[in-house]
Write a protein that binds this ligand. Structure first.
Ligand SMILES: [Zn+2]
Length: 289
């Protein structure tokens, strides 16, 4: 769909773009809207979607399901970690670890980190040259490197940071719920007071401003995961539009049908203004790699 639209994030009339309600990197090729302008689309990608899709825990799932990112690459969640001393350790796609090359000077000693003996020699040679050493003197230093180092295998214990900033997860869920609300309910939803509040928060987030929090996002209660058990081996996401007994309209988001990535977002405090015939509308989004 080409042409101009009213952007549902900034509210301005602008050129429309294709916006994936659930990020494309999570395998959603189906559920899209065309009511977000280019600037807001890119701001949502950078500041809202990216945190979720590139979180290490999500990257592990994406690597398993071979879900490529914007760059066209399948993520490697173990690409970079640290050893006990805090040195950066890289791990390639075949799980072979290597240190990031560097030379540290401690008094009159040099400490070298390198993935291979040859690279260590190259680093030391460069460093000593810069320090004004002659070729002869450099060779003398290199001779002091113990020869058994050459074949030493490298199997470090690697630590990874998997801290979750729930506010950023919730923000990504808020975006999905808001866009899905508009997709299902249209202009009535756009005018809803709750939607207006959400829109303001999302618009700020497109500019990298996360000051304002939305208090009606939460993780789905654990007992909900019981309901998911029969569907466990399906590769899909689920969205549920739900009118609750307090007349609120909620969107439940169950990514990868996993209770670990399940959110519930209130998108309206007055569900009666919408013509919804069932109390629950379920949408299944198949995952495409
Ligand atoms: Zn916009």
């Amino acid at each position: 769909m080409e042409g101009k639209c009213k952007c549902i994030i900034c509210g301005e009339i602008k050129e429309s773009t294709e916006e994936h309600i659930i990020p494309k990197s999570l395998g959603n090729n189906e559920l899209k809207i065309f009511f977000v302008c280019k600037e807001c689309n890119s701001g949502l990608g950078t500041h809202v979607d990216n945190y979720l899709v590139n979180h290490r825990l999500i990257q592990i799932i994406r690597q398993n399901l071979k879900l490529k990112g914007q760059s066209g690459q399948i993520p490697n969640p173990f690409k970079e970690g640290r050893d006990k001393e805090g040195n950066i350790i890289r791990v390639d796609n075949l799980f072979v670890p290597s240190v990031v090359p560097k030379v540290e000077q401690q008094g009159n000693r040099l400490r070298v980190f390198a993935p291979t003996y040859e690279q260590a020699v190259e680093l030391v040679t460069k460093k000593l040259k810069r320090m004004g050493y002659t070729d002869e003197k450099i060779q003398e230093c290199l001779n002091t490197i113990p020869s058994d180092l050459k074949s030493k295998s490298f199997q470090p214990e690697i630590e990874y940071d998997a801290t979750i900033d729930f506010n950023r997860f919730f923000l990504a869920a808020l975006k999905i719920a808001y866009e899905y609300g508009y997709y299902k309910l249209g202009e009535t939803f756009y005018a809803d007071e709750t939607a207006q509040r959400i829109r303001k928060i999302l618009y700020k987030a497109t500019k990298g401003n996360f000051d304002e929090k939305y208090d009606k996002v939460m993780l789905l209660p654990p007992d909900f995961s019981e309901l998911l058990k029969p569907a466990q081996n399906m590769y899909c996401h689920m969205l549920v539009l739900h009118k609750d007994i307090e007349n609120r309209l909620l969107v439940h988001i169950i990514l990868f049908l996993s209770s670990a990535f399940s959110f519930s977002v209130c998108i309206s405090d007055d569900a009666s203004k919408y013509k919804i015939h069932q109390d629950c509308i379920t949408e299944i989004i198949l995952i495409n790699s």
